[in-house]
Design a protein around this ligand. Structure first.
Ligand SMILES: NC(=O)c1ccc[n+]([C@@H]2O[C@H](COP(=O)([O-])OP(=O)(O)OC[C@H]3O[C@@H](n4cnc5c(N)ncnc54)[C@H](OP(=O)(O)O)[C@@H]3O)[C@@H](O)[C@H]2O)c1
Length: 292
């Protein structure tokens, strides 16, 4: 029996993935969510905008599992706003708090429960790479991302999109730090930072301005003809990674779904820099109050 723990399984590509995982033979799926997930899926309350909720969720999972180990950890939840005005309960900019800090804490809290050769999948985005996205991060300043300075432009679509792009680099830094850790090497964990590519038809764009949503709407209409990724294809690929049906080639952790084909490219230059990874792991632990 495989046991898989997942965030972001209630909507979009994660909902498709959750259904596929739940239907896989001999598989138990537990979802952490703000609302009930698909039928026949166990759900434990989790609001990633509250670190107290992340801790409660981890404790509930550990208690529920008893001696059973975790074979798959899927961190797929994500959020995006047009501005950087939103704050989590703990006072962090919400995109960074939810997409990065909450998942980082959850990983640290559940790490000891991971089975040998467990899969750890963190959903990132190719938007993290400034070579592909002009608004992609050219530096990663944990304090500035968590507490954007007042004088920084806090309104307009670009501020929110920049914050989102930086948060997806944060997800890659979580994955890279984990892959380099002694725990991952000892347990031979399959760590993957998964980029589903632009996938119209999910709720991710709900807070975008109308004109941007119209663009996404047009993209949804043309996607079957343009060989763009669909929610079904992006979700199914996530499930296959979670179920270990697709495993990373040696030395690779970044899986990118481009035009429906899964490739294993290098992530951005910043994501490849060990000192950036190590600094984030240190500062992330301080911010979420994690002590080994
Ligand atoms: N769609 C794309 O083009 C695209 C491209 C690259 C990467 N991605 C990534 O793919 C992942 C899934 O996105 P999607 O497009 O499928 O978006 P989506 O439909 O909006 O799904 C987001 C999921 O995250 C959950 N979530 C958000 N905030 C949460 C919180 N505070 N606590 C608990 N759960 C929370 C949502 O729960 P609720 O149901 O409660 O809202 C939902 O299940 C995200 O990490 C996103 O960054 C998407």
């Amino acid at each position: 029996m495989k046991t898989i723990i997942m965030t972001g399984g209630t909507s979009g590509l994660g909902e498709i993935a959750a259904r596929a995982i739940a239907e896989a033979p001999n598989t138990r799926l537990i979802i952490g969510a703000r609302r009930t997930a698909a039928e026949r899926v166990e759900t434990i309350p989790l609001d990633l905008a509250r670190l107290a909720s992340v801790r409660e969720f981890a404790t509930a999972v550990i208690e529920k599992l008893g001696d059973t180990e975790i074979d798959g950890l899927v961190f797929n939840a994500g959020t995006q706003f047009p501005t950087i005005d939103h704050r989590t309960e703990d006072g962090f900019e919400t995109t960074f708090g939810v997409n990065v800090l909450a998942h980082y804490l959850l990983l640290r809290l559940l790490l000891a429960k991971l089975a040998r050769e467990a899969a750890v999948i963190i959903t990132t985005s190719d938007r993290h790479d400034p070579k592909l996205n002009p608004m992609g991060p050219k530096e990663f300043d944990t304090d500035e991302l968590a507490h954007p300075l007042k004088q920084r432009k806090a309104t307009g679509f670009s501020a929110g999109f920049r914050a989102y792009s930086a948060s997806k680099l944060g997800d890659l830094l979580i994955a890279r730090g984990l892959a380099a850790s002694g725990e991952a090497k000892m347990k031979k964990l399959n760590v993957v930072a998964y980029n589903p590519g632009f996938t119209a038809g999910t709720s991710l764009f709900r807070a975008w301005p109308w004109w941007a949503k119209m663009g996404v709407g047009v993209a949804s209409l043309v996607r079957p003809f343009a060989r763009m990724n669909t929610v079904a294809i992006s979700g199914k690929t996530l499930a296959e990674l979670a179920l270990d049906r697709i495993t990373p080639p040696p030395g690779r952790i970044y899986a990118s779904l481009n035009s429906r084909k899964l490739e294993w490219p290098e992530p951005s230059e910043l994501a490849q820099r060990d000192e950036v990874v190590q600094r984030f792991w240190r500062e992330g632990a301080r911010m979420v109050g994690f002590v080994d």
